[in-house]
Design a protein around this ligand. Structure first.
Ligand code: SAM
Length: 664
């Protein structure tokens, strides 16, 4: 799955049947019958897995997890959600994981679900967050208690990359005779590996290939009466689960044992900390969020920031993560702020101002087949039209990206009622007996079971993180207040090349940003305003000229702006995960220094209950919210919102392993 970033084809449907239900032309099979589709779902999948009884008695702090092959119209999952809401206690949470290789278009989804008026409210939530048809995991927050992870791609590939376990399987997908490619031994194996002890399954089919495959993978099954005209169906449970060997070659990425926790401290109330605090609070964890300043006062404190990513020409794990992050942040904003007071998905243009960049973009477009709704290459004329100003170059257009008010977003996230914000500087972080002891500059001491460190480049000041490579990078953005009465139309897209320029907000044209690794100065510098201005005029000559013609003064000394320090890792990917006990890792993985292929059989230790979200650089808007879900999911022992290899890519321990291997 490392391959390219890929769009998936929507299915061709026929709606002309007597019952008006969608019919797959490729598989020559029904998604559901409109007369009795819901009753069939209830009989086969809901009752087949004994969900009402299991929901009633669910007391675990982790969510109950349902896994499905073939999301289709989502009817099964919406029925499971309704059943959960009816039966589960208030404390319970539900996590849905479903695979889909041919996702419906949003319009087809809406039309198909129109058949079930009693599910209309839930269908509306699903349709409003429906993801772009891009391969990979898409997390949808359906309610405070219900999460849906759509794993878009082939079921076998998706489930073998699943980082998480399932309590009840809905083995759906078109009939084995119509879709033999899916009903493979590898599918049943992947289900078995990702089953919690006692996991059950149910399926509408009794085909021999299914019975044999399930048995070989370690499931026991019984025949049960089928629905309607179908005489029999299968249901059963996992009896002898196989071992999960997926992390054998990289034991260091094995997650630490889960520790149920009611109270967690998050250090740092920028985007990384505020979004992690919100993700935990949404799961019912009590959070103390600490910052020496108010939420969103640091590097996440700009009034307006670009929500964008720069994807590598040759796809790599980092690009896959950032694309997933961009798409996740958009869904988060849509849910949090449907009125768009905090953001605008006006689109982002990445201009190809040099031959080198034009070649890079051409290679990117050749290597990746993403839908035009995500990114497309466009000419200077089309770019000018979309940006609302004359541009000299074309480039890549991301129609769903845009800009956000980062400081306001931090404040909104931190305002969750489950978060207690405390303005205080944490001076020391130490393990004390079974807890973490936080000393505060005001002399107070806090003792908590788990801590998330999210204070950007200052994280290594805490002794358990001394080893962690993080570099401060000074960045200054410039703000030009336009005189009232200026008639030049604002940009209608974010435009970037060497720098970036945002659409005018409340009479202020913002552009930036400088990039000074190692510089820790916070003060506003006239020279940096001049640098930003030169870049702005180079990128947008016609727009700058029009403003000048109206008497706007481009005077660095008179421009406002804001300088802050972002943090970057050496490989430019964020850190999101558990923190290794560095001395233990250096000892336990020392053999890697002699032979990089000699991975020890056993995993070394992490600091119990110590986590990080940092190194978001200048792209925290795209990375921090998804990293927050990565942390909250791991801490709360639920399936992860990314493929396993991407979860591993974010693990801070990757730097220690690299250090051992390269020191050979
Ligand atoms: N569970 C669905 C519902 O509640 O509407 C109905 C599922 S429909 C009968 C089967 C689904 O499986 C289709 O959406 C189809 O695209 C999907 N599918 C078929 N083969 C697949 C594969 N190899 N991997 C992932 N999805 C697949």
């Amino acid at each position: 799955m490392t391959g390219s970033l890929t769009g998936l084809e929507n299915p061709r449907l026929d709606w002309a049947g007597a019952d008006g239900a969608p019919y797959s032309l490729a598989f020559d099979d029904v998604y559901f019958s409109r007369q009795d589709g819901r009753a069939e779902t209830e009989h086969v999948f809901i009752q087949g897995n004994h969900l009402p009884e299991r929901f009633i008695s669910w007391q675990d702090t982790r969510p109950f997890v349902i896994g499905e092959t073939g999301f289709g119209t989502g009817l099964n999952m919406l029925c499971a959600w309704a059943c959960f809401d009816t039966h589960a206690p208030d404390s319970a949470r539900l996590h849905l994981v479903s695979t889909e290789k041919h996702p419906l278009t949003q319009d087809d989804l809406r039309r198909a679900l129109n058949a079930w008026p009693e599910l209309a409210d839930r269908a509306r939530v699903l349709v409003s967050q429906w993801p772009e048809p891009v391969r990979g995991v898409h997390r949808l927050i359906l309610s405070d208690r219900v999460i849906l992870d759509l794993h878009l791609g082939d079921s076998v590939e998706c489930l073998s990359q699943l980082d998480g376990c399932v309590d009840a399987w809905f083995l759906d997908g078109f009939a084995p005779s119509r879709n033999p490619d899916m009903w493979q031994p590898a599918l049943f194996q992947a289900m078995a590996v990702h089953s919690h002890p006692e996991a059950t399954f149910a399926t509408f089919t009794c085909a021999g290939i299914v019975k044999r495959g399930l048995k070989a993978a370690g499931f026991e099954w019984v025949k049960a009466p089928g629905f309607g005209r179908k005489r029999e169906m299968l249901r059963g449970h996992i009896a002898t689960p196989p071992a999960d060997t997926s992390r054998q070659p990289t034991p260091w990425f094995t997650p630490p044992p889960s520790r149920p926790t009611r109270h967690i401290a998050v250090i740092g109330a920028g985007l990384a900390g505020a979004s992690t605090a919100e993700a935990l609070a949404r799961r019912g964890v009590r959070v103390t969020l600490l910052d020496r300043d108010t939420p969103g006062a640091g590097a996440s404190g700009n009034r307006q920031g670009a929500l964008y990513v720069k994807l590598a020409a040759e796809t790599n794990l980092q690009s896959r993560f950032y694309l997933a992050g961009l798409l996740y942040t958009r869904r988060l904003l849509e849910r949090l702020d449907p009125e768009r007071q905090l953001w605008d998905d006006c689109g982002v243009l990445q201009l190809a101002m040099t031959d080198k960049e034009a070649r890079r973009q051409a290679t990117f477009l050749r290597n990746n087949e993403l839908p035009a709704s995500v990114v497309e290459g466009i000419t200077a004329a089309a770019a000018s039209h979309r940006a609302g100003v004359a541009l000299t170059h074309g480039g890549l257009d991301y129609p769903g990206a845009g800009w956000v008010r980062p400081a306001a977003l931090c404040q909104r996230l931190a305002a969750h009622p489950g978060i207690a914000f405390r303005q205080a500087e944490v001076t020391t972080l130490e393990r004390h007996e079974d807890n973490w002891r936080l000393e505060l500059a005001d002399g107070d001491v806090l003792s908590v079971e788990q801590v998330v460190v999210a204070n950007a480049w200052q994280a290594p000041a805490f002794s358990p993180l001394e080893w962690l490579p993080l570099k401060p990078i000074r960045g200054q953005v410039s703000e030009l207040r336009l005189p009232t009465g200026v008639s030049t139309a604002s940009l209608t897209r974010v435009v970037c090349a060497g720098g970036y320029a945002l659409p005018v907000l409340e009479g202020v044209q913002t552009f930036g940003a400088t990039f000074a690794p190692g510089d820790t100065g916070h003060e506003l510098r006239e020279a940096d305003n001049a640098t930003n201005l030169a870049e702005f005029e180079h990128m947008l000559p016609a727009y700058a000229e029009a403003l000048r013609a109206e008497g706007v003064e481009f005077e660095p000394a008179h421009m406002q702006g804001r300088a802050s320090l972002r943090a970057a890792s050496p490989d430019k990917s964020p850190y999101a995960g558990p923190l290794p006990d560095a001395p233990a890792w250096r000892r336990d993985y020392a053999a890697l220094q002699k032979n990089a292929r000699r991975a020890p059989a056993d995993a070394s230790q992490h600091h119990p209950g110590l986590w990080i979200s940092a190194a978001h650089g200048s792209r925290g808007l795209a990375s921090a919210p998804l990293c927050a879900e990565v942390l909250a999911s791991r801490i709360c022992n639920e399936p992860m919102p990314l493929e396993r290899e991407l979860v591993d890519h974010l693990h801070p321990g990757r730097r220690l392993i690299r250090e051992l291997i390269t020191r050979r």
